[in-house]
Design a protein around this ligand. Structure first.
Ligand code: MN
Length: 263
């Protein structure tokens, strides 16, 4: 695993998830997309077993991943964002790594600029590496988070199975993936179980877009809301998007790393 923002961090790769992983078309892996208009609250699985998703064999074959997050594409940063997207793929390709994006690709919630969408799609069309993405709160439109603006990006890549989009809490690639959720109590049971799984060696890493109490929101303000760091699993690497200051939030043997891309 690599974290961007200049300081590439070598990390234990997610072990491959081997159960006959089959490539499926554009990889919408989080099943319950909500379907229809009643998407205010998303249905959330209450056990990790129910969160298992299959990923394309291509993704399962990768043993290195580069992590970046919080691009927050907007008009004033589009040129830089384009450069970042070029660079991320180049760095991943140079390391034969896949790319993990931890949410908040877009800055403005609820509407997409045609120009920005086209330029982002154009940038992703050049990518050569497999990708896994989870949505952040800026990408999400519905309160439950099931409707979000990463959907069209699945069609940007040159390979139809290139992007695995995890819209719901998911278990794959030996890791737990948690998109942003406003209602933190809905994911607490999953975190509790994840602690046990990590202890049993059934979980190798965790990726999320989360508000954690005590995390640095900027240089001098700590979050007073969100999940308790003590509720996260211990002894496994945990990476999160959301706050833009790269830092670790720790409690005993639990450590969560906020990653960012820097623009
Ligand atoms: Mn966020």
């Amino acid at each position: 695993m690599l974290a961007l923002a200049g300081e590439a961090v070598e990390q234990t790769p997610p072990q491959t998830y081997a159960s006959g992983a089959a490539a499926t078309h554009p990889g919408v892996m989080g099943e319950s997309e909500g379907g229809g208009s009643a998407c205010i609250a998303s249905t959330i699985a209450t056990s990790l077993d129910a969160c298992r998703v299959e990923v394309p064999a291509w993704h399962a074959s990768m043993d290195r991943w580069l992590v970046f997050s919080d691009l927050h594409v907007k008009v004033s940063s589009m040129d830089v964002c384009e450069e970042v997207l070029r660079r991320v793929n180049a760095e991943a390709a140079a390391r034969n790594a896949g790319v993990i994006f931890l949410g908040d690709l877009w800055h403005i919630r609820g509407s997409l600029s045609v120009e920005l969408l086209n330029r982002v799609m154009g940038a992703f069309s050049e990518w050569t590496q497999p990708v896994v993405m989870i949505p952040g709160n800026h990408d999400q439109v519905s309160l439950g988070g099931a409707i979000h603006a990463l959907e069209p990006l699945q069609y940007a890549f040159s390979r139809p199975d290139q992007m695995v989009l995890l819209s719901e809490p998911s278990v794959c690639l030996d890791a737990l993936w948690l998109p942003y959720r406003r209602e933190t109590e809905t994911i607490s049971p999953l975190l509790l179980e994840a602690g046990q799984w990590a202890e049993d060696g059934r979980l190798g890493a965790m990726f999320c877009h989360a508000d954690v109490k005590g995390a640095l929101m900027n240089d001098n303000q700590r979050s007073r809301r969100g999940l308790d760091i003590a509720s996260f699993p211990a002894h496994i690497p945990i990476y999160s998007g959301h706050f833009h200051k790269p830092h670790n939030v720790t409690h005993k043997a639990t450590s969560l790393r906020y990653v960012v891309c820097g623009c």
